[in-house]
Ligand binder design. Structure first.
Ligand code: ARG
Length: 577
């Protein structure tokens, strides 16, 4: 174990058991980074309350029972009952050496591993894949990577909007303009224009409207020719989605598609189950669940409509079928719905109804990972100048072009420049998305996200490139920099200590489904490295061999932590910049 927070937690728990009895061994010792020492343990405050004893006295009793071993020296009781703990330099140095020798860099594994479903991306085929789905895609993919890195079984579910009444007019429009042309346009990402054309005809032309209505009926009854046309439409659209995924370096594949249509065969049974168990009742002809605690503006119970009065199913029906399937058939321990914050009420009601039905139990955690809206510089929903939704491929192309311009003066040949520009441009967009809390709105700003300073993708990529260039200059392979690590300078100690908390950060980011914690940590680590690099020359001729070996080892561990962290975010790492 190399992570001080885990090591200290274990020691404090042993002290708790020794001082207050074994029943306290499981208490959370509340280890936090401290301003006055390396870490502090805050458990004496809550324990004092529980035992009705002064917290300072409790803290002193813990301090007296603590076995510091070779980990730390004297422990100090401060304030209302904090325990301040300063680690021994030798221990930090040895732990950093052990983290370097550990291929996982001190990141543990989930015990036991869980089955985690991540429902993310989920664009709607009847419309263009727009910026609204950019964040759900990027945040979801980072969550997938985090959960997998901890050894969990992850099941990706791309809940595509691939069903519903709009498909009637979309299929009729496909017949009007001709299969080949329609499919080429959909594949090229013109879904939005295509939809608008169909919509305009639907509103203006009664005959088209009638055809579309009939087409909805044959689609629902799964008439083979209609299904064939729908399949063509979907396949072309998915080819476009896949192009965006591949540009973004997102891990979704066709086998992760679990669109709304997949649940069609389960909808009738889902409703029947809810009705027979009495969880759903008929109200004005519609089948509804009234989960307790949800009321409308008129104080009347709010319905979750699972079958409309005309017999049709909707978005909520599909999500009820999906949650049942995910718990019962996929056997999920945890389900993350990475979806816009504006659907908060929908998911609260789905979870409540599923709990009422007994489908969602206390053993399973269903969480709506709310994604805040992306705003334009005017503080409103992000749109083009003419007020339309921004096309994703255009946005990503622009990011890469701007990145290419930013590195124009660095003298790379064309192919290298294109490669770096791709990593920097896409990395900048992804990092900007991930570095703020997923539920906060954020302003999409190319200049800021492409800046080479601050908590940005390019800065983080640059930090890794700089470390690589140290190794290149020294003619050394990072894998051969094995130390031993010594900590003579404060900047070395600071950097080593930061590197040792990588495991805790990854664990907390996964537990809270918060990739921005990883970003914040990587930024702090890169900053600690910058200070170290300013104060502690590595390759200079006057540096003795032992110091040089130690500093190279610190560089190697920093490089690996930054690379692993960026990989968990899904941000590409170019070799040079
Ligand atoms: N397609 C939906 C939308 O764009 C998101 C689906 C999210 N997942 C779910 N299980 N409802 O709003």
């Amino acid at each position: 174990m190399t992570d001080p927070q885990l090591v200290l937690a274990e020691r404090v728990q042993q002290a708790l058991a020794a001082a207050f009895g074994p029943e306290h061994a499981g208490a959370d010792p509340l280890i936090r980074p401290s301003q006055f020492a390396d870490y502090q343990a805050n458990v004496a405050l809550s324990l004092g309350k529980r035992l009705r004893r002064p917290p300072r006295e409790v803290a002193q009793a813990i301090a007296d029972a603590l076995d510091p071993g070779d980990v730390f020296g004297a422990v100090e009781v401060s304030g209302p009952g904090f325990l301040n703990i300063t680690l021994n330099d030798e221990w930090i140095a040895a732990a950093a050496g052990a983290a370097l020798a550990d291929p996982r860099s001190g990141v543990g594994l989930a015990t036991p591993p869980q089955t985690v479903i991540v429902d993310y991306s989920a664009p709607n085929a009847a419309k263009e894949m727009h910026v609204g789905h950019l964040r759900t895609t990027i945040v979801g993919d980072s969550l997938v990577r985090l959960m997998e890195h901890l050894g969990n079984r992850v099941v990706r579910q791309n809940h595509l909007g691939d069903w519903g009444t709009p498909f009637g007019m979309l299929i009729e429009h496909l017949l009007d303009i001709g299969e080949a042309r329609a499919l080429a346009r959909l594949e090229a990402g013109e879904g939005s224009e295509y939809y608008q054309e169909a919509r305009a005809k639907f509103d203006a032309d009664p005959a088209f409207k009638e055809r579309s209505r009939r087409r909805v009926a044959t689609l629902q009854s799964e008439e083979p020719e209609t299904i064939r046309l729908w399949r063509l439409f979907m396949d072309a659209t998915i080819r476009y989605f896949n192009r965006v995924y591949s540009t973004l370096g997102v891990t979704l594949t066709d086998s992760d598609i679990a669109g709304e249509s997949m649940y069609n065969p389960m909808l009738a049974e889902t409703c029947a189950d809810l009705e027979s168990s009495g969880v759903a009742v008929l109200s004005e002809g519609a089948l509804c669940v009234f989960p307790p605690g949800f009321t409308g503006s008129d104080d009347r119970p709010l319905p979750l409509i699972i079958r409309k009065s005309d017999g049709g199913y909707g978005y909520a029906t599909t999500d009820m079928a999906a949650i049942r399937y995910r718990v019962r058939d996929v056997k999920a321990d945890r389900i993350l719905y990475v979806v816009g914050a504006d659907q908060s009420l929908h998911f609260q009601m789905i979870f409540a109804a599923a709990r009422q039905a007994g489908w969602l139990t206390d053993e399973v955690s269903a969480e709506h990972i709310q994604i805040g809206m992306m705003l334009g510089s005017d503080g409103r929903r992000f749109r083009t100048r003419s007020g339309e939704a921004v096309k994703l491929t255009d946005l990503l192309d622009e990011a890469v072009e701007r990145a290419s311009a930013a590195i124009a003066e660095r003298g790379y040949d064309e192919a290298t420049r294109a490669e770096i520009a791709h990593s920097v441009g896409i990395g900048a967009v992804k990092y900007a998305d991930l570095s703020v809390g997923h539920d906060s709105e954020y302003v999409f700003d190319f200049d800021r996200m492409l800046s080479f300073t601050g908590n940005t993708g390019p800065y983080m990529q640059y930090a890794t490139a700089r470390i690589r260039s140290i190794f290149r200059k020294g003619g050394i392979d990072p894998a051969e920099a094995t130390g031993p690590i010594r900590l003579d300078e404060a900047a070395e100690r600071e950097l080593a200590l930061k590197l040792l908390s990588f495991g805790t950060v990854v664990e907390h980011a996964a537990a809270g489904a918060e990739p921005h914690r990883v970003c914040a940590y990587l930024f702090e680590t890169a900053s600690a490295f910058t200070t170290f690099y300013e104060k502690c020359p590595v390759l200079r001729a006057d540096v003795d061999a032992g110091t040089r070996a130690s500093r190279l080892a610190l560089c190697a561990l920093t490089l690996r932590v930054l690379q692993t962290g960026l990989h968990l975010l899904g941000v590409p790492v170019p070799d040079r910049m």
